[in-house]
Design a protein around this ligand. Structure first.
Ligand SMILES: [Zn+2]
Ligand SMILES: [Zn+2]
Length: 283
């Protein structure tokens, strides 16, 4: 069978948010409209399923995938801080022998492998069963951040190094002539736009960014590895991005706070979105 780029149309390209929260899951009545699960993004490129990060949102994605037939998916991590991996042991499809998964990351720089990190997470006395209980055929892979990957026909994945303790990788997914960028977790230097990020997101249709804080809050959190919604907007403007999406909400930012951010962001850059669980975007 031959593949031509004509078969890969932008109409089949989408992103769905399963977890939008940073740092720690936030259940409860103050987190209903935006959601309390930590980072997890489902991308569909035609028949192909890409999963970005395995925060607690991954559990619910697993429930949604159950019963959809054998799964053959690719999973990428921005990095392996706990809020981005704590859904993995609760992702049902990984225990099903009918499924195939690749699991990759680009931030470990040869010091560890992604397999070792998940091994550490799933080991007593932190977790009762090891990754050997995964029933699915899982292939682990580590790449050098900055590499361009082509996981499936018609899909190009560009990557770039972010500014985060223990490193993190930003992704640009290109499919059918459109692009979605997923850029979290990262800290900016005020007044100096991050050239790596500008290069990655240049002209992108959708740009999802670590907007944990506001510019007013930021001075209290220097060195914590996160950015602000205003910095994301400056990057979006400078790089000529289509839709800018505020993501990785701080646990202290309850629904009313996020409503206010959404209003202010809409005034500053019409069309700006605040990520919510269940939100689906099509470039
Ligand atoms: Zn995070
Ligand atoms: Zn992090």
């Amino acid at each position: 069978m031959s593949e031509s780029t004509d078969e890969h149309t932008a109409g089949d390209f989408s992103a769905r948010f399963w977890g939008v929260r940073g740092s720690i899951p936030c259940p409860g009545p103050d987190y209903v409209r935006y959601g309390g699960n930590t980072s997890c993004l489902e991308m569909r490129c035609g028949e192909n399923l890409l999963i970005f990060d395995g925060g607690t949102g991954l559990r619910e994605l697993g429930e949604a995938l159950a019963g959809q037939g054998p799964l053959d998916a690719d999973m990428y991590f921005t990095h392996t801080h706990i809020d981005h991996i704590n859904g993995v042991p609760f992702f049902k499809p990984i225990f099903d022998e009918a499924n195939r998964l690749t699991i990759s990351s680009g931030h470990l720089d040869g010091g560890h492998t992604i397999r070792e990190v998940l091994d550490t997470l799933m080991a007593p006395p932190i977790f009762p069963v090891p990754i050997e209980v995964f029933g699915a055929k899982v292939e682990f892979g580590d790449f050098a951040c900055g590499a361009t990957l082509t996981p499936r026909p018609g899909i190009t994945l560009r990557t770039a190094r972010l500014q985060h303790p223990n490193e993190a990788t930003g992704y640009r997914v290109e499919y059918g002539g459109k692009s979605i960028c997923y850029v979290t977790d990262t800290e900016h230097r005020p007044g100096t736009p991050d050239a790596n990020i500008l290069g990655l997101i240049e002209g992108a249709d959708i740009f999802i960014y670590d907007a944990t804080y506001t510019d007013d809050e930021f001075p209290d959190y220097k060195g914590w590895g996160h950015s602000t919604w205003q910095e994301g907007m400056r990057l979006a403007d400078q790089a000529g991005v289509g839709t800018y999406v505020i993501f990785h909400h701080d646990p202290s930012h309850k629904d009313d706070f996020m409503d206010a951010v959404a209003e202010e962001a809409e005034r500053a850059r019409p069309g700006t979105l605040v990520a919510r669980e269940g939100m689906v975007l099509t470039p």
